[in-house]
Design a protein around this ligand. Structure first.
Ligand code: PMP
Length: 339
């Protein structure tokens, strides 16, 4: 898949993936482990979700669901909408993107800029029929009732093309770039596509590789992994695109060994340190992931190679995570150079 995947003839599609694997010097030095971050912010749409957008659209075309003139409909925290819209633009499909209005202004602006038909709605829990996932599903159903076969609901949470794309690309790339030896992998979950796909690829190569789910506060996935029942934890998170109140199908059956929780304070400490001292300006979920990798390194002890995901870039959250007023309003620390 990779040789074809990265062929110039594939245009934008061929520029998705094959991101660098970067040694995180300070996290590595602090733990005596080798902590590596996959630079997913270098994808053309700026996030790991370009891969899911590509896998879902290619899957829908292959299954005969997405036909010329068809429209892609999805509910998203923003990044999947960006991936789907860019891939759709490159292949001649329009997109309708349903998004909670609480997501960063930068993602909203970017989606409008690239021509998505953006529907901002109030944020509601999953059990509420007004939740963005249900609104997007009903919208696709209405379009198909009007004109059969005109719309495809991407359904990133339960569409297994998502994790299969990550197994074939993200997971395979990590294995190759790490020279075949990965002691542990950790990342947070939105749909779980990244975690599950990479987990399948790494476990197939080496069943002893430890796979750990990283969870922000307020999410139910930590309790699901620890007890078998998804119960939302106390507190909340300013990070976007990760944490769930239910278990998406992309996570079911994935070979995950353990879970750990990360606070926003721990994530922000990593984000600001990576930005100022390594020149890696990353977003909130990347901060959760690097903080999780550091915790895991301390658990495993020195000498291990631990891989994680740098999901998107900090510029996507300039108005929030890098904005002193926002941080103060949330009672979060402001880095000295922004104060
Ligand atoms: N980080 C960010 C910034 C995201 O937008 C997402 C997806 N919503 C994720 C992490 C999680 O990725 P996945 O859906 O593959 O679990």
């Amino acid at each position: 898949m990779n040789a074809i995947h990265s062929s110039p003839a594939r245009g934008l599609l061929g520029s998705i993936g094959e991101t660098p694997l970067i040694r995180l010097a300070r996290a590595s030095a602090a733990t005596g482990c080798e902590i590596l971050g996959k630079a997913e912010f270098m994808n053309p749409g700026g996030s790991v979700k370009d891969r899911a957008g590509l896998a879902i659209i290619e899957g829908a075309i292959a299954k005969g669901q997405l036909k010329p003139g068809g429209v892609i409909v999805e509910g998203t925290a923003g990044n999947t909408g960006i991936g789907l819209t860019l891939v759709g633009n490159a292949l001649g499909y329009r997109s309708i993107i349903v998004m909670p209005e609480t997501q960063s202004q930068e993602k909203i602006d970017f989606l409008r800029m690239i021509g998505a038909d953006l529907r901002l709605i109030p944020a509601k829990p999953y059990k509420d029929p007004g939740n963005y996932v249900h609104v997007s599903r009903r919208l696709a159903e209405e379009l198909n009732a009007e004109k059969p076969g005109s719309a495809v609901w991407a359904n990133q949470f339960d569409n297994l093309d998502n994790r299969e794309g990550h197994r074939q690309t993200t997971g395979a790339e990590i294995l190759r770039q790490a020279g075949g030896r990965v002691d542990a992998f950790t990342c947070a979950c939105g749909t779980g596509g990244t975690l599950a796909g990479v987990a399948f690829a790494l476990k197939e190569a080496d069943p002893t590789t430890r796979i750990v789910l990283a969870d922000p506060l307020g999410s139910a996935l930590y309790s699901w992994k620890k007890t078998g029942t998804p119960v939302m934890s106390e507190g909340g998170s300013v990070t976007e695109g990760i944490g769930q109140s239910r278990v998406p199908e992309n996570l079911l059956g994935a070979p995950i060994d353990d879970a750990l929780q990360v606070t926003d304070e721990e994530a922000l400490e990593q984000i600001f340190d990576l930005t100022l001292n390594e020149g890696l300006c990353v977003g909130g979920s990347a901060g959760i992931n690097v903080a999780a990798a550091v915790k895991l390194a301390r658990e495993l002890g020195p000498g291990h190679r631990i891989v994680t995901i740098l999901c998107d870039g900090g510029a996507r959250y300039q108005s929030k995570l890098f904005n002193p007023e926002f941080l103060r309003g949330k009672g979060l620390p402001v880095p000295p150079w922004l104060a």
